[in-house]
Ligand binder design. Structure first.
Ligand code: EPZ
Length: 430
């Protein structure tokens, strides 16, 4: 089983290229099968979740041609089956986008109930509410969600909670419905906007994405297109916090600084210097970090997907900080692992009270999920001694070449898969 061996202490310094947004890619790859023409999609991150999505769309008959590591040509022309049921698709949350896409195109879909990171209850009632409002029947049968309709008709849908997944899924299901659909209390995340832009380049008519009211005028059909996925806001934010924790100087390149505003603001608050240019952000950290308080919120608030990364930084900051998780109720599981590295954090319900310590110390720990795993890696890069992190497959779900990018910034990190390799790493890094 692969692990990361990390020796802390080196400040990260240099430039790092950020890849395409995983959560936009997942919606866009599902949307691409909604036309019988070919869509060429670029800047797809080469990570487990996107590869699972590509396998899933191939498994029902779509053609996927990989032009290079980040570019695919996808055609949904030869889809023969609207049932997606295999072991791998159950592991990714975004399998639910295939429900919206297949329902929208073929008026029927059968998809295994979604899995994904175990970060709390993750209901999909709002997706189902949307499909039903458009005229579909939805039932659960043998572990699968089955959605069917004679026809889909535009509707006015108010989301009871701001949900990225439900907003994208309703856009997919309604983009070819008859008439106009209005989604109120829609999610405003950059990846929602990216999926809407993609559907619009396919001939869809979606207005208002990025605000909380989205209007979708049903198109008769969709056509092929060429599209480049936006940069990954969370990958960028993770490297920005890695710079802060290691007292480094890192420029994240190929980003949209506007998408990073809440992250940049918190880094400035804790004492980092943040410089923005057109498509890059530089984070310089010198001296002790300061405490702050933060609450996760839907975009443009501070992202829940950055909560573990800011918590590990505040764990090494002067004074007491409070982090409130308002999106997922079970997203502090990594705190036990961080405690093994010397952090002083008390979790009460959805709040973590953090007493900053002077240093973390290397330990053997496990990545409990994707973002928490990445946060533990950056904690390890700032710790005294060697940390060995298990379950790196979670991190590989969403970060392409994570250890290689960290190495290029001077981080001492290796992918290892035996005790012997860990010993070799210990000897090599002194
Ligand atoms: C997306 O998950 C992302 N996943 C998550 O990223 C991210 O943490 C989350 O949005 C919030 O930004 C993908 O895009 C594939 P939600 P999603 O629906 O769509 C509740 C990562 O690390 N809710 O916006 O599943 C839900 O329980 C992952 O990359 C309902 O109650 O999240 C949560 O409290 C992890 N009913 C809140 O809404 C529903 O029908 C927001 O969830 C749907 C959601």
């Amino acid at each position: 089983m692969e692990q990361y061996a990390v020796k802390g202490g080196n400040p990260l310094v240099g430039e790092v290229e950020i890849g395409g947004a995983k959560n936009a890619a997942l919606g866009i790859l599902a949307a691409a099968i909604m036309t019988d023409d070919t869509c060429t999609i670029d800047n797809i991150p080469d990570v487990r979740d996107t590869n699972v999505m590509l396998q899933a769309i191939e498994s029902i008959g779509s053609t996927v041609v990989r032009k290079d590591r980040h570019t695919c040509e996808i055609s949904g022309k030869n889809i023969i089956d609207q049932t997606i049921d295999n072991d791998y698709i159950k592991k990714i949350r975004a399998s639910y986008y295939l429900l919206g896409a297949l329902l929208g195109k073929y008026k029927k879909a059968r998809v295994s109930l979604p899995g994904g990171c175990n970060i709390g209850l993750r209901p999909i009632d709002q997706h189902i509410k949307g499909f039903k409002a458009l005229g579909a029947t939805v039932r659960i049968e043998h572990g699968m969600i089955v959605a069917e309709a004679d026809k889909l008709t535009g509707a006015h849908i108010y989301l009871d909670v701001v949900s990225v997944g439900a907003t994208i899924n309703i856009m997919l299901a309604s983009v070819m419905a008859e008439g106009t659909t209005i989604i109120e209390n829609a999610a405003k995340e950059p990846h929602v906007v990216d999926v809407a832009n993609f559907l619009n380049t396919m001939g869809g008519s979606i207005k208002g994405a990025g605000t909380d009211v989205i209007r979708i005028k049903g198109a008769r059909s969709l056509h092929g297109t060429n599209y480049t996925i936006i940069p990954d806001q969370i990958e960028a934010g993770t490297f920005m916090f890695a710079a802060a924790l290691t007292r480094g100087d890192v420029t994240v390149k190929n980003v949209i600084p506007k998408h990073l505003e809440s992250i940049s603001a918190k880094l400035s608050e804790i004492g980092c210097q943040v410089e923005e240019s057109d498509d890059a952000v530089r984070v310089v950290a010198t001296g002790q970090l300061n405490h702050t308080h933060v609450k996760t919120l839907p975009y443009p608030g501070f992202p829940t997907d950055m909560q573990p990364q800011i918590t590990v930084a505040l764990g090494l900051s002067k004074g007491t900080s409070i982090v409130t998780e308002s999106i997922f109720e079970n997203r502090f599981k990594y705190v036990d692992e961080l405690t093994r590295m010397g952090a002083s954090i008390k979790v009460e319900g959805n709040t973590a009270i953090i007493d900053g310590v002077n240093k973390y110390t290397g330990a053997s720990i496990s990545a409990p999920d994707l973002r928490a795993g990445a946060a533990l890696v950056i904690a390890a890069l700032a710790a005294d001694g060697v940390t060995v992190i298990d379950d790196v497959r979670y991190i590989q779900r969403g970060y392409e070449d994570f250890h290689l990018k960290l190495q290029s910034l001077g981080g001492l990190i290796e992918l290892v898969d035996s005790e012997k390799e860990i010993q070799k790493f210990r000897l090599k890094t002194g």
